[in-house]
Design a protein around this ligand. Structure first.
Ligand code: BTN
Length: 284
């Protein structure tokens, strides 16, 4: 495994995790090929997408990890910005490569990665921070009714077997440092536990889970875990999909990894991607 600094590290702000410890903390992870650390970047996912698009082959790109202390143009889902103050959140992106090169039309790997990532993050936050992390379908990581992490999966247009997995976890932000509320109220691990955490330890926890679940490559097992961790189930939802809105009761995750929504007239729709609004939070 190799690693690089984007610039001289210089003085660290008070309470910041030392980037020099990053490679040490991540040592031994089979998933990783290279680590790139930036004090500041526009977006770790954009940087990796550019790297992938300018490569001459899709080989030797999987396992490249980019971490930044601060993003000037962090991207969230649906074109939303992803905001975090310097040095307080865990902001990283990782290239994963599908095992059997899949044609563009085959979304199996996209689904696999989109589902295993929230499972890995939720399990890691349970283990490392001791919070009761759960999943709001498809990939918001929640603690109770508030969101503490988000996941953005992007696919390279040039190499459809490469995926950029971008993860943002609110780790040490105080309540005042959290981004403004969007579709859900934000939180951080610090707000939930009262403890400041080493961000690299959280990162290691997430990468260990990703390594384990990516190694299994079993959609069935991931769907089973998702059915356990997904708090959207049993709630009334309104889902905005490319083909229109679907409203009803979320009753399960299908073997394909879709959300099953039962409308009032009884018909069940399988939704593979969409923006899910929970109409009852379950925490009233
Ligand atoms: C969401 O909207 O919930 C997804 C947020 C994903 C944010 C992460 S932070 C690291 C990576 N770089 C980005 O620009 N976005 C992702």
């Amino acid at each position: 495994m190799s690693w690089s600094w984007e610039e001289e590290v210089g003085d660290l702000g008070e309470g910041q995790d030392d980037p020099a410890e990053l490679a040490l903390t991540l040592d031994g992870l089979q998933l990783l090929r290279q680590i790139h650390y930036f004090r500041e970047i526009d977006s770790t996912s954009r940087w990796l997408l550019q790297l992938v698009e300018s490569a001459t082959s899709s080989k030797a790109l999987d396992g490249i990890l980019v971490i930044a202390d601060y993003q000037t143009a962090g991207k969230g889902r649906f074109g939303r910005p992803w905001l975090a103050p310097r040095g307080k959140a865990l902001l990283f992106s990782l290239v994963l490569r599908a095992h059997s090169p899949a044609p563009l039309a085959d979304d199996y790997n996209l689904r696999l990665i989109s589902l295993l990532a929230p499972v890995a993050v939720a399990l890691a936050l349970r283990n490392v921070a001791g919070v009761a992390a759960s999943i709001k379908f498809p990939n918001d990581i929640m603690v109770g009714p508030r969101k503490c992490a988000g996941i953005l999966v992007e696919r390279s247009a040039k190499y459809p077997d490469l995926f950029i997995l971008g993860i943002g976890i609110n780790v040490n932000q105080s309540k005042e440092e959290l981004p403004p509320q969007t579709h859900v109220e934000p939180t951080s691990l610090f707000c939930e536990t009262g403890m400041l955490l080493n961000r690299w330890a959280v990162l290691r926890g997430v990468l260990e889970e990703l390594e384990a679940w990516w190694g299994k490559r079993s959609l069935d097992e991931i769907v089973n875990k998702l059915n356990e961790l997904c708090t959207t189930l049993g709630r009334r939802v309104l889902v905005k999909t490319a083909t229109g809105d679907v409203e009803g009761l979320a009753v399960g995750i299908s073997p394909n990894g879709g959300l099953l929504v039962r409308a009032d007239h009884g018909a069940v729709t399988e939704i593979l991607s969409g923006d899910v609004k929970e109409l009852q939070s379950g925490y009233e």
